[in-house]
Design a protein around this ligand. Structure first.
Ligand SMILES: Nc1nc2c(ncn2[C@@H]2O[C@H](COP(=O)(O)OP(=O)(O)OP(=O)(O)O)[C@@H](O)[C@H]2O)c(=O)[nH]1
Ligand SMILES: [Mg+2]
Length: 242
């Protein structure tokens, strides 16, 4: 019976969005996602933002049952936010999981393209650095930092992708299960590359998708010097142990 139900029911997709003071962005982003031609639910993982992000998400959740909120007691890092969010979604039987930033850097219009890729690969990796990709609104310094991080991290982890630090991806649930969410080392931004490293070690198939990335629309960056240091040292730790 279960096998039959699985073949008849369309895959359930959820977009996991970590937030830290994104009240100005999250509602408009969620509404754009809900208006997509493909049906998705949304999980916001909020680390006790002080600008009312969680209240706005709760209000939206009361309006539509497709928006969910996972609240954490303090800032605990982007990597653990994604892992907690993915666990939440896997426990509730979602088949396809998308991750994206809250600040409108990742466009909802690209979500259906990422999900389509999951018909032929287990992971769709949004890339800012394919010939068809676009980045708008970034000063040259920011571009250099991001491009440099990508070129530095990929060979250390043996990743054959152009944008290992990108935060716009889609996974089949089965792939996340094989990647071992409990074993991750990165608690912060390096989660992005570690997820691909663990996926390739688990034999997951991946395909890169060109995306149009734009600078955050509102709010402030959460990037700090500590995050840059993590990107410098972390890949070696992930590759060669603690
Ligand atoms: N829950 C949670 N979310 C976080 C944390 N750190 C960052 N985020 C969110 O993760 C996403 C990416 O963070 P950003 O500050 O946009 O980082 P970035 O895109 O590298 O930097 P900018 O280019 O300045 O935007 C955003 O939605 C943030 O609100 C965290 O510790 N916990
Ligand atoms: Mg951003």
């Amino acid at each position: 019976m279960r096998a039959l139900a699985e073949t008849l029911e369309p895959p359930r997709a959820i977009v996991v969005i970590p937030t830290l003071d994104e009240a100005e962005n999250i509602v408009s982003l969620a509404r754009e996602l809900l208006a997509l031609p493909v049906a998705v639910e949304i999980l916001v993982v909020d680390d006790s933002s002080r600008d009312g992000t969680a209240d706005r998400v709760r209000a939206l959740g009361a309006e539509t049952r497709r928006v969910h909120l996972l609240e954490r007691p303090r800032r605990m890092g982007l990597g653990t936010a994604y892992r907690d969010g993915f666990r939440w979604a896997l426990e509730r039987g979602f088949d396809r999981l998308v991750q994206m930033d809250a600040d409108h850097s990742h466009r909802p219009a690209d979500v259906p393209r990422l999900l389509d890729v999951l018909d032929r690969a287990e992971i769709a990796v949004g890339s800012r650095y394919l010939p068809a990709s676009r980045i708008t609104g970034w000063p040259r310094r920011r571009w250099l930092l991001s491009r440099g991080a990508a070129l530095y991290v990929a060979p250390i982890l043996g990743l054959g992708v152009s944008d290992p630090m990108g935060g716009f991806k889609a996974y089949r649930a089965s792939a996340l299960g094989r990647m071992g969410l409990d074993a991750f080392q990165a608690t912060g931004y390096l989660f992005q590359a570690e997820s691909l490293y663990r996926a390739s070690r688990a034999g997951c198939s991946m395909e890169e998708v060109a995306i149009h990335f734009q600078d955050r629309v509102a709010g402030v960056s959460k990037m700090t010097g500590g995050i840059i240091l993590e990107a410098a040292l972390g890949p070696w730790r992930i590759r060669f142990g603690r």
